[in-house]
Write a protein that binds this ligand. Sequence first.
Ligand SMILES: Cc1cc2nc3c(=O)[nH]c(=O)nc-3n(C[C@H](O)[C@H](O)[C@H](O)COP(=O)(O)O)c2cc1C
Length: 195
Amino acid sequence: MKRICCLKGSPRKNGNTNTLTAVVTERLREAGVGIDEFSLYDMNIQGCRACRWCQKDWTKISCIMNDDMQQIYDSITNSDLVLLSTPIYCWYCTAPMKAAMDRMAYAPNMFYGDAIGPALWAGKSTALITTCGYPPEKGADLFQEGLRRITKHSGMHYRGMLCERQRNLHDPFMDDEKRAHAEAFADDILGWLGV
Ligand SMILES: Cc1cc2nc3c(=O)[nH]c(=O)nc-3n(C[C@H](O)[C@H](O)[C@H](O)COP(=O)(O)O)c2cc1C
């Protein structure tokens, strides 16, 4: 069974990003993909302290901080794709997602110890679901580029982004066009996974 680790970084349970993401995950589950979903605002994820304890053991992704990040490391280890889902805040992701990304930049990548070692998540894929107020090319471009770079830095494959805009806070976000885009993105993911 193909598996996805889905990190959800929106504080709004029924907000735009989670609504869009649910269309994608529902279609993936229907196709038989196993998905671990993590709502980062409900979790205890501390910021990286740059102590480099994670660099000692090259056999597993680990961190000296005993918080909820370990569940995410375990899921990443067992997954083919890491799917990030976040609204854009100040042209990047939300704060809990940034904390998780910092923790993912160090702990799986054995580049920062006394000797250079492997990236323990190399060969896996990343993809992005995001929503923003600006048009995607002006709202989500910087975060997409950040994710592209950490993906390349880690020897992984960046697969692509689904980005939808909410033009007006007073109008409903979801419509048939966005639903169709989300279903097509799910189909793309199935293609990347070879399902
Ligand atoms: C604190 C905050 C910062 C935001 N910063 C941006 C931004 O830099 N660029 C942008 O296009 N939209 C920005 N937005 C708009 C949100 O990205 C947009 O409304 C998004 O769809 C909200 O998703 P949600 O319903 O999942 O919370 C911001 C919203 C908030 C609350």
